[in-house]
Design a protein around this ligand. Structure first.
Ligand SMILES: [Zn+2]
Length: 252
């Protein structure tokens, strides 16, 4: 079956002498692996079209019952070269790509592709020093889109409303913030200040938060990574790109 679908290049690696295997987030198939035959030949029809984080229309020949489909053409629409030009933006984009590759389903999800497209577009033009904040917002928006939004306005356990002005306990396995009574017997909860909770609410709703200082960015990166680790269902492989991004200095 032949199919043309809007896509983003999330991962690519060399295969045999002349080919590349590319993992795409697509509108119609979700996450999909395709082989781009001849992509490494000097005069390949793909040129730079399959560079990481590029958007375009993928023409795919799907094979029933196979995990690897064949890419027959890719018309790039946005290259996002700006993401590769800065180490910090690149690290943040790689973390977002990893989130999508580990959490996104192998099925149609137009809202997810739109959210990923807007997040990478914003990251590509983020002013120096604000890329990490943009990526954090994008990551939580993508998690909300994927159905993993943590509970922030009511207790994740008993659903009692939480005062937005107070710090609360945040428990990854419980799925979000806890009221005092539910938090008391629980171990391993983090304290989530009121301001951080407000910021996360904005991000989950797809809104922008003001740029954060470096320690706040790192606290949010750690909270995000711990939340993702708790909710991974594909085994214990570490989130390498996310960890690398977290260890980066902010700015540049
Ligand atoms: Zn409760």
């Amino acid at each position: 079956m032949q199919l043309s679908t809007p896509s983003i290049v999330l991962h690519a690696f060399d295969y045999r002498e002349t080919s590349r295997i590319v993992r795409l987030l697509t509108r119609d198939l979700g996450i999909v692996s395709v082989i781009a035959r001849g992509a490494r030949r000097p005069r390949s029809k793909y040129g730079a079209a399959l560079d990481l984080f590029a958007s375009g229309t993928a023409h795919i020949a799907t094979a029933m019952g196979r995990d690897l489909h064949t890419l027959t053409a890719f018309e790039a629409t946005v290259s996002r070269a700006g993401l590769a030009a800065s180490l910090d933006r690149f690290a943040a984009a790689a973390a977002l790509a990893e989130l999508l590759l580990r959490f996104a389903p192998e099925q149609e999800d137009p809202g997810l592709l739109d959210a990923a497209t807007e997040t990478l577009d914003a990251l590509a033009v983020a002013p120096p020093g604000s890329g990490d904040t943009v990526a954090l917002g994008g990551a939580w928006r993508l998690m909300a889109e994927l159905g993993f939004a943590p509970s922030l306005e009511e207790c994740a356990a008993c659903h009692a409303p939480l005062d937005p002005q107070t710090a609360v306990a945040f428990h990854h396995r419980a799925g979000g913030a806890l009221c005092g009574a539910c938090a008391a017997p629980v171990h391993g909860a983090r304290v989530l200040p009121a301001e951080a909770r407000h910021t996360m609410r904005e991000w989950l709703a797809g809104r922008e938060a003001p740029p954060l200082d470096a320690p706040t960015v790192r606290a949010h990166q750690r909270l995000l990574r711990e939340f993702l680790e708790e909710h991974l269902t594909d085994g214990g492989r570490p989130l390498r790109a996310l960890i690398a991004w977290e260890r980066h200095e902010v700015g540049a």
